[in-house]
Design a protein around this ligand. Sequence first.
Ligand SMILES: [Ca+2]
Ligand SMILES: [Ca+2]
Ligand SMILES: [Ca+2]
Length: 109
Amino acid sequence: KSLDRESAPLHTLDVTASDLGSPTLSSVATVKITVQDVNDNPPIFVDSSYQVSLSEDTSAGVSLVTVSAEDADEGSNADLRFSLVDDNGYFLIDPFTGTIRLAKPLDYE
Ligand SMILES: [Ca+2]
Ligand SMILES: [Ca+2]
Ligand SMILES: [Ca+2]
């Protein structure tokens, strides 16, 4: 059946060889099977939405919120970078930490 590294990264099989003599003689060997990762899981945000409220006199550079995501794969298949989808110039996101900062002053009006 199908393998899934995320649920079972290692399988161990014991294999017996038996002869047909009398008495029957046998021995056992162990086969260890390591399942290598493929990128079959997308990153999942810890929270699906975040809400921030700030006044228009907030200084540029202030940290507003830090988003966080997890990925069940391993190695580069789980190495995440954050970016803004609709970049209107007001906000910056740190690609490594997920911290969103105000890039320039806001104007409520
Ligand atoms: Ca999998
Ligand atoms: Ca992944
Ligand atoms: Ca995987």
